[in-house]
Design a binder for this molecule. Structure first.
Ligand code: RIB
Ligand code: CA
Length: 311
């Protein structure tokens, strides 16, 4: 039984690896990719998503452009991490495949209304603007969503773009608040988990050793992508954030976390975009999210490298 998913994304090298993992995995049926402004502006994320589909040999994948800015905040991008193209590290041919005409939010709404209730999982890998827009335009879709499995937030790891906020949540905290208050079952893959799956020389060489164009591209992207985090944290590599979402869908046993209350700071400029995770359950606020904290990093990289080798 394959699982139907929509990946909402702002490629970004780690998004690209997540998309490749999804397209390589028979357990998943990717109904479409919806693109959002985040790591780089929308025109580039929509370009990059199609480039990745063609790299995977899947030009029939439907790709939709969505929101080009957050609901209320000005757009903040991350070229300092991902480079000017958003996929720096290797130059790949521009995609021939075209964008779908429909707005990403309308595709999400139409798909959730057309598929049986509980059949579709949403997998946001960037700011939550498209997801929140769909929920605002069509509140009836909320009970039809099986789960939202997203990369975002942080508790013990605190922030990566401000001292208290993770990038995806920080870019559009109002959208995140809508999603976290939607009542839809949430699985949150925060920095607490993703900072435990660091690229290392051996892991990057394993990508290159695949001897394929995909392996070469992923090795080149991760080589580029890790520079920022290594300089900032002095770590031996960078966290492959977004593929954790897809790996969870395939092998949830690789991850561990707690079902807790998580709310979003939207009022304070100082802590804007913080995921206030009640990890120790010190409040009586209702649990609304499975918040991940641990991951089997070796198991993750074994799964990822094996699946990439199939493309
Ligand atoms: O903070 C990490 C997240 O921000 C990842 O999804 C990365 O792609 C960027 O979108
Ligand atoms: Ca992303």
């Amino acid at each position: 039984m394959t699982r139907k998913i929509i990946i909402d994304t702002d490629p970004g090298q780690d998004d690209a690896v997540a998309i490749l993992l999804a397209l390589a995995s028979p357990e998943l049926e990717v109904l479409g990719l919806t693109c959002v402004a985040g790591n780089v502006p929308l025109a580039l994320t929509a370009h990059n998503a199609r480039l990745v589909c063609e790299l995977a040999g899947r030009p029939e994948t439907r790709v939709f452009a969505g929101c080009d800015r957050p609901l209320q905040r000005p757009l903040v991008t991350a070229e300092y991490v991902h480079g000017k193209t958003g996929l720096d590290g290797i130059t790949l041919p521009a995609p021939a495949m075209t964008l779908q005409d429909q707005h990403a939010a309308d595709f999400i709404i139409e798909t959730l209304r057309a598929e049986p209730a509980g059949a579709v999982t949403l997998c946001p890998l960037g700011p939550l603007t498209n997801i929140a827009t769909a929920l605002q335009r069509a509140p009836d879709i909320a009970p039809r969503i099986a789960e939202i499995v997203l990369m975002g937030g942080a508790y013990f790891e605190v922030g990566n773009v401000t001292p208290t906020a993770e990038f995806n949540i920080y870019v559009d905290p109002q959208a995140a608040e809508i999603v976290f208050k939607s009542g839809v079952p949430l699985v949150v893959m925060p920095l607490d988990a993703t900072h435990k799956v660091l690229t290392t020389r051996a892991r990057i060489e394993a990508f290159r050793a695949l001897g394929t164009q995909v392996g070469h591209a992923v090795a080149s992207w991760t080589d580029f992508f890790e520079r920022h985090d290594m300089a900032k944290y002095g770590s031996q590599g960078a966290p492959l954030h977004d593929p954790c979402v897809i790996a969870y869908l395939i092998r949830p046993d690789l991850f561990e976390g707690r079902h807790i209350n998580v709310e979003i700071e939207t009022g304070s400029e100082l802590t804007l975009g913080m995921t206030v995770a009640d990890w120790w359950r010190v409040t009586d606020r209702p649990a609304n999210a499975m918040f991940m904290g641990g991951v089997d990093a070796e198991g993750f990289y074994t799964l990822l490298t094996d699946r990439l080798g199939r493309l």
